[in-house]
Design a protein around this ligand. Structure first.
Ligand SMILES: [Zn+2]
Length: 205
């Protein structure tokens, strides 16, 4: 029981989930912790008629998602999703959870960790893949997706840039940060602060 509590704190899964049990499994010569999780959701909103229902129709087969390391050990979350049935419109639907993106076998938390590792220029893709127990292809895809959200001029910065701060009250302070293409006299981006803001990533190649 004590291990369960400890793991629960480490995982930072959020209040929506409860851990049912923890097991260890040998996979490709790495001993992994498998954490069996269910949501605490007792009701869900029907996606077709917006009414709430408390009727659980059935449960789906468990899916496994790669998760963060626990005490230096790889871990996977095994989650059983519930399927609700709406008695107003008779629709059956699966509960919405925030653990992963549709069709992905790695959790959002691990994806964020990989993004953080990618910001460290001393780490190779191969190293990041190995330390996070995923393939190099997955790491490259995460990098590619993160880059695609950035405008062209930020992905391919000009040879000369200038930056400055100007007064503007934002959630992050009194000054905003502007990046200019000095030669073409163009503003490339305005950021809310010159300081690093968690969860924002600026890639400079
Ligand atoms: Zn409905």
């Amino acid at each position: 029981m004590e291990e369960l509590k400890e793991v629960e704190n480490l995982l930072k899964l959020g209040d929506q989930y409860k851990i049912i049990k923890i097991e260890e499994r040998d996979e490709k010569k790495r001993l992994k912790k498998i954490i069996y999780v269910e949501s605490k959701n007792k009701k869900a909103k029907c996606p077709s008629c917006d009414n709430y229902t408390r009727s659980i129709h059935d449960k789906l087969k468990p899916i496994e998602l790669k998760y963060l390391k626990i005490f230096e050990q790889d871990s996977k979350i095994s989650i059983i999703k519930k399927r609700f049935i709406c008695h107003v419109c008779n629709k059956k639907f699966t509960e919405k959870l925030d653990l992963n993106q549709k069709g992905k076998t790695i959790s959002n938390k691990l994806e964020q960790k990989i993004l953080k590792d990618l910001l460290n220029y001393n780490l190779s893709i191969k190293y990041i893949a190995n330390v996070n127990d995923v393939s190099s292809g997955i790491v490259r895809n995460i990098l590619k997706n993160a880059m695609s959200e950035y405008p062209e001029q930020l992905r391919l910065l000009p040879r000369v840039i200038s930056f400055d701060e100007f007064k503007a009250d934002t959630d992050y302070g009194k000054y905003s940060f502007i990046v200019n293409d000095l030669i073409h006299r163009k503003a490339l981006d305005v950021l809310p602060s010159r300081k690093k803001i968690p969860n924002t990533i600026l890639y400079v190649l």
